[in-house]
Ligand binder design. Structure first.
Ligand code: SF4
Length: 373
């Protein structure tokens, strides 16, 4: 360990033939691999950024059924878009996609650009997604380096530098660029996807990699040394910030109160169950709701639920609140309590069909879902 620190990385050139041959024979038949239409590849890459392939498949199919073209995405209503994305999380991704689709419509006549610089300039498309689209859709020798690819390369060369350092990522990108198949060879996309798939299937992050099935096992330094578990080298992650949240399912005449979150910040612009960033017990909840209406009927403790975001861990405490009827609740007072201008009373059916509720709030909602409200 030590000799490869931020130095040039040399990859075995035979990797390309080994991986593209393996890919031609053994690649998984994912639905997004059925053609190289940039819209479809783009959608799959964005969905796959934070989510496992098996989870993405039904979302991907449903999304394309409803919004089959760049134009339909550009013109989709926000509510419909959020509903199609509900459960995938990181909603900024779909907002960026729509913004990018609008730009493609206005500036490129609705045709996805093939120039990597133009691709990279679109909202929500970073270096990785540019490489994926450029190589898969336009057969260009542009690497797509994500965590999976970094892990594979770190093990193949026995990389002692941390894969969390930007310099390492850049060194890996440069090393891959040197061995990529030529533009127009018909193999750039296969090379990109084979590397991703090796990282997802054999060279896995947690647990032992299944090296005996990996096509790179004869070219892999970590495997030759029996040191697979020593790579990739990582910088220890910071502890996630833990935040207490009290979340309320407020029911009134079979309708539930939803509030819209401020546009900026976590889950910006999403519909949510009303909540407060603090721990509350049942008595405090009773007292806090007192100004809303005199006829507060009951507060039921629904227990604690954890939801983990990238940098934050929400410790959510759920409460079910029931009023006698909607007219006994002063809606403007409710709005004041939750510091929101936008709120709506929605039926459980509307919540299921029309409102995209982020997964964090679904955990609380699911405790009451299906039972009489
Ligand atoms: S041989 Fe093992 S450690 Fe090396 S790339 Fe393949 S799965 Fe990863």
């Amino acid at each position: 360990m030590g000799q490869n620190r931020y130095r040039e990385i040399n990859l075995p050139g035979e990797m390309v033939n080994i991986l593209t041959d393996w890919y031609a024979q053994s690649a998984k038949d994912y639905v997004w691999r059925q053609d190289t239409d940039p819209y479809r590849v783009w959608l799959s890459e964005i969905m796959l950024q934070q989510t496992r392939a098996e989870t993405v498949i039904p979302y991907y199919i449903r999304f394309l059924n409803d919004l089959p073209t760049i134009q339909s995405l550009a013109e989709a209503e926000e509510g419909k878009l959020m509903k199609l994305w509900e459960g995938l999380g990181y909603y900024r991704r779909i907002r960026n996609m729509q913004h990018a689709a609008q730009i493609i419509l206005q500036e490129y006549g609705g045709v996805f650009p093939s120039d990597p610089k133009a691709i990279r300039s679109l909202p929500g498309i970073g270096e990785y997604t540019t490489g994926a689209i450029a190589s898969i859709c336009f057969d260009l020798p542009i690497p797509a380096v994500d965590g999976n690819v970094l892990r594979v390369i770190a093990r193949v060369v026995g990389l002692s530098a941390s894969v969390d350092a930007p310099q390492t990522k850049e060194a890996v990108r440069v090393a891959l660029e040197k061995i990529y198949p030529a533009a127009g060879s018909g193999r750039c996309g296969a090379f990109t996807q084979s590397l991703m798939e090796i990282g997802q299937t054999f060279c896995i992050p947690n647990g032992a990699p299944t090296c005996e099935r990996c096509p790179l096992h004869k070219n892999c330094r970590a495997h030759a040394l029996g040191e697979e578990a020593s790579y990739p080298v990582r910088i220890p992650k910071k502890e996630k910030k833990e935040v207490d949240i009290s979340v309320f399912v407020i029911a009134c005449e079979n309708k539930i109160l939803l509030c819209r979150r401020p546009l900026k910040g976590l889950l910006g612009g999403m519909w949510s169950l009303p909540n407060r960033e603090m721990h509350m017990n049942e008595n405090e909840v009773y007292r806090w709701f007192a100004p809303v209406g005199e006829r507060l009927l009951s507060v039921e403790d629904m227990g604690q639920h954890i939801h983990v975001f990238t940098h934050i861990r929400w410790k959510m405490h759920g409460f079910s609140i029931s009023f006698e009827n909607a007219s006994s609740v002063d809606c403007s007072k409710v709005a004041n309590l939750f510091e929101t201008e936008e709120f709506v009373w929605a039926t459980p059916r509307e919540i299921a069909e029309d409102y995209a509720l982020p997964s964090a709030f679904r955990k609380i909602w699911d405790c009451t879902h299906g039972r009489s409200v």
